[in-house]
Design a protein around this ligand. Structure first.
Ligand code: MG
Length: 213
C-alpha cells in the first residue's frame, strides 16, 4: 500500500517536472538545480556568480529552505529577482513548488535561473525539478568521501563544484580520491575548484555557466 503512494508522488512529480521543463524552454531560460549538504556554500556560489555576471545576464533565484528567508534576503541585496520556498521541514524541493515560483519570479524576463535546493545529499536527488542542469556542490570541509557515500547525486549531476578549497591546508582532504570517485561515477564530469571566500575559481564557475546559455 505504502509503495503505491510513493509511486504516485513520484509520477506526479515527473509530470510537474515536464511542465517546468517546457515552461523554461518556452522562455529560453537555463535553470540550475544546486544540490549539496547544508553549509557547503550554495548561496555563496550563487552570490559570486551574480556579482560576476550582473548587467550581462538576466538572473533570477529560487531559494529552497525548510525555514527562514535568510538566503533570499542575501540574494535580494544583490538586486535580482528572488523567490523563497519554505518547505516547512520538508527535506527537498518538488517540481510543483518550482512551477508556482516560476510565475512569481516572472521567468519570461530571465536568461539564467538558479534553484537552490534544500541542503541534503539524499532526497533532492530523487526529485526532478525540470532543471536544465544539476550542480553537485561539496565543500572540502565535508571530506573527500561524499561521492562514494552519496553516488546518486554524482551520477545525475552535470558538474561538480568543490568549494572552500582555501581550507585545504587545514584538512585531510584526499583530492585524488575525491576526483577518482567522481569520475568513476561520471567519467566526463567537470570538477570546478572554487573558494567563494578568496575568489579563486569563481571565474571558471561563471565561465561554465556562461557556456550553458
Ligand atoms: Mg543556502
Amino acid at each position: 500500500m505504502e509503495i503505491k503512494v510513493v509511486k504516485r508522488i513520484m509520477e506526479a512529480n515527473e509530470q510537474h517536472a515536464e511542465v517546468v521543463r517546457r515552461r523554461l524552454r518556452e522562455s529560453g531560460v537555463v535553470a540550475l538545480n544546486l544540490i549539496s549538504a547544508p553549509g557547503s556554500g550554495k548561496t555563496s556560489l550563487i552570490e559570486a556568480a551574480i556579482r560576476e555576471m550582473k548587467g550581462r545576464v538576466r538572473i533570477g533565484v529560487i531559494e529552497g529552505d525548510p525555514d527562514t528567508t535568510r538566503d533570499a534576503e542575501r540574494i535580494a541585496r544583490l538586486d535580482v529577482p528572488v523567490v523563497q520556498i519554505n518547505t516547512e521541514g520538508g527535506c527537498h524541493l518538488e517540481a510543483t513548488m518550482v512551477l508556482r515560483a516560476l510565475e512569481e519570479i516572472e521567468v519570461d524576463n530571465l536568461q539564467l535561473l538558479f534553484i537552490e535546493n534544500v541542503g541534503n545529499l539524499v532526497c533532492p536527488v530523487v526529485f526532478d525539478l525540470g532543471e536544465t542542469y544539476r550542480v553537485a556542490v561539496v565543500s572540502a570541509a565535508e571530506g573527500h568521501d561524499k561521492p562514494a557515500k552519496y553516488p546518486a547525486l554524482f551520477r545525475t549531476a552535470q558538474v561538480t563544484v568543490l568549494n572552500k578549497i582555501d581550507l585545504m591546508p587545514y584538512l585531510d582532504f584526499d583530492e585524488e580520491q575525491f576526483t577518482s570517485d567522481v569520475h568513476r561515477l561520471n567519467p566526463q564530469m567537470p570538477i570546478l575548484r572554487v573558494s567563494c571566500r578568496t575568489g579563486e575559481g569563481v571565474s571558471e564557475w561563471t565561465e561554465w555557466l556562461l557556456q550553458r546559455l
